[in-house]
Design a protein around this ligand. Structure first.
Ligand code: COA
Length: 260
């Protein structure tokens, strides 16, 4: 599929999605959002893609937010729709059924920070900067940011980031748990690919069910979550990969999982 705003490439079970509007710091316009939806829908059913990496084109930005030029005509009704549409897109990414790693190579502001929040793992370059500057525009984060940022870094820190609109650097993002790891800029993609490769070699079934169990914490009480975990654990035990994984351990060899 040819996209105008994205580059998508799948190699060795890793699909890399690059948001590619570097002249606008990869700001998400309507077309980029529509293409992201198409790309993730295609990746969801692509048996050759086990893990997804998402990053930004050019040298400066991951994504510098939603395209501000497209905000100006919004009304109460269309604004609500606009926000719900972005939420739906990022929910699609979070609920893809395959792990999505954000390789944050520069500015991750507004919708860019929210996109990173919807990914399962966030790895940043030392050049990355994070912020929710929406209040400067007279709006609030609308692509799930008020919900996911609080869950990830806690209410106090999230409130400060959202109300101040201030940017934080990669070291601070690491300190407060907004990202998992920070690497020198030149190493970012090789480090991310190393992690993606390690995950891609795991049992596809177990990876999918682990993500499903982890996501259940968002909606479920502890006891309901544990019931879901037990059910998914049982589902793993019915898989060929479970037999291979346990057998390989006992035979002192590396497991060979079957990937579609
Ligand atoms: N929407 C639309 N265009 C954007 C954009 C956005 N979110 N972020 C950057 N751009 C555009 C700029 O308008 C500029 O376009 P131009 O060359 O046609 O004038 C181009 O990208 C380069 O950005 P510029 O501002 O010149 O780069 P900079 O290095 O001076 O500043 C930022 C970088 C990220 C600090 C600055 O671009 C910025 O504040 N962007 C908006 C961030 C934001 O508020 N995001 C939340 C939106 S809800």
């Amino acid at each position: 599929m040819a996209y105008q705003t994205l580059l998508v490439e799948t190699k060795e079970r890793i699909a890399t999605v690059t948001i590619n509007r570097p002249e606008k710091l990869n700001a998400l316009n309507a077309q980029a959002k529509a293409e992201l939806r198409q790309a993730f829908d295609a990746i969801a059913v692509d048996p050759s893609a086990g893990v997804v990496v998402i990053t930004g084109g050019g040298e400066k930005a991951f994504v510098a937010g939603t395209d501000i030029g497209e905000l100006t005509a919004l009304t109460r009704a269309s604004g609500e729709e606009f926000s719900a549409g972005g939420q739906k897109l990022f929910d699609r990414i979070e609920r893809l059924g395959k792990p999505v790693i954000a390789a944050i190579n520069g500015y991750a502001l507004g919708g860019g920070c929210e996109l990173a929040l919807a990914c399962h793992i966030r790895i940043a370059s030392e050049k990355a900067r994070f912020g929710q500057p929406e209040l400067n525009l007279g709006i609030i984060p609308g692509y799930g940011g008020t919900q996911r940022l609080v869950r990830l870094i806690g209410r106090g820190r999230a409130t400060e980031m959202i109300l101040s609109g201030a940017q934080i650097d990669a070291a601070e993002a690491l300190r407060i748990g907004l990202v998992n790891k920070v690497f020198p800029h030149a190493e970012l993609m090789s480090r991310v690919m190393q992690l993606a490769g390690a995950i891609a070699s795991m049992s596809e079934v177990a990876v999918r069910l682990a993500l499903q169990a982890i996501l259940a914490t968002e909606e479920a009480t502890l006891s309901a979550g544990e019931a879901i975990e037990a059910k998914l654990f049982g589902e793993c035990c019915a898989s060929e990969d479970f037999r291979e994984g346990t057998r390989a351990f006992l035979e002192k060899r590396k497991p060979v999982f079957t990937h579609r």
